[in-house]
Every structure is written in C-alpha cells, then in structure tokens.
Ligand binder design. Structure first.
Ligand SMILES: [Mg+2]
Length: 184
C-alpha cells in the first residue's frame, strides 16, 4: 500500500470528522480522493499539522478531529506528541502515515526507514492508545471502531506519491470554508 491507498481507506472510514491534513502531497491526494469543507489542507507550516489538530480538538470538544500526518513532518515536531499525550483531548486521533520518506520533497529517506520507531516515541510521550497498521484492509475496521479518546495510529506504507492535480483552492478559501464548517 502507498500513502494514496491509505488515505482512500481513511476517507472511506469517515463520518463527520474534521481533518487536518499534512502539507504537500498528502493534502493533494486527500483533495483528489474526496474534497470536503471539513478538510483543512494545511499550508506553509511543515510539522505543525498535529499541533493545529490539537488546538482544534481543544477548542471544539464536541467534534471529532483526525490529523493525517507524515513521518517526516512528525519528526520535525516531536514535542507535539508530549503536548497531546499529557493533555489527552478525548476527540483527537493522530494518524501518521509512515512511508519512511519525505514524499513531498522527492522521497528522501527519513530515519523511520532506519532505526526510529514513532510508535515507541508516542508511547514514551504518554499516549495510551497506540495502533500500528500494516495492511490496507485493516484501516477501515480500526478507524470505524474508534471510541472517543486520544489515539495514535501509525499506518506503514511504501514510499511514493500519486500523480494528482494540484489543489485549485486559494489558501483563504480553504481557511474560510473550514471555519464555516466548524462553526455549524
Ligand atoms: Mg513520509
């Protein structure tokens, strides 16, 4: 499975969750699989998807928030794991698609392709609910079966980006329609 396949299954698992999506290729792939106002395609702040999702989860405790992050991005902002795990929002699921590479910048290898295990770091940071998914067919039952809570889910995939269109929306449009969708 590649990242595109994983995101497809994530989308098929959705009910009304808000999604904060990592910058670059993951956001483009999500847009092309299923665009919705509840998707926030994060721009310009690599590494901060989990932090944005955390703030959103705290400020909208009655909405479920899913963050689609990547290994390279999470490695840039490991402190976010401690912040999330110690505050334990009951409505946040951090989904890390680990393809062992910086996909959006040309598939350079990250350290998760060597020794680093993000699920072990998440455990040390204090996450109590940690799941590692290796098979595409496991994604939907696991995501659909999630109870309210603070979850860390890692999906292992192969490197590689899907050839998809750029997101035609302006940053202001992405922001404004997302704000509208969380205000409802
Ligand atoms: Mg990656």
């Amino acid at each position: 499975m590649k990242r595109f396949d994983a995101i497809k299954r994530i989308v098929e698992s959705l009910s009304n969750e808000l999604i904060i999506c990592n910058i670059g290729a993951p956001s483009r792939e999500l847009y092309n699989i299923k665009d919705r106002a509840e998707n926030f395609y994060m721009l310009g702040s690599m590494g901060l998807a989990s932090s944005i999702a955390f703030g959103l989860a705290l400020s909208r405790p009655r909405k479920k928030v899913w963050c689609i992050d990547g290994d390279g991005s999470l490695l840039m902002n490991l402190g976010s794991l401690s912040t999330i795990a110690n505050n334990q929002p009951k409505n946040l699921t951090l989904i890390v698609i680990d393809n062992g590479s910086y996909g959006s910048t040309g598939n350079q290898k990250t350290y998760t392709s060597k020794k680093t295990k993000l699920e072990t770091i998440a455990k040390g940071a204090g996450f109590e609910s940690i799941t590692v998914i290796n098979n595409e067919e496991d994604i939907i039952p696991i995501l659909k079966g999630l109870e309210m809570g603070c979850h860390f889910i890692k999906i292992n995939t192969l490197p590689g980006n899907a050839q998809v269109e750029n997101i035609p929306l302006k940053p202001e449009e992405i922001k404004n329609r997302f704000i509208d969708s969380i205000s409802r």
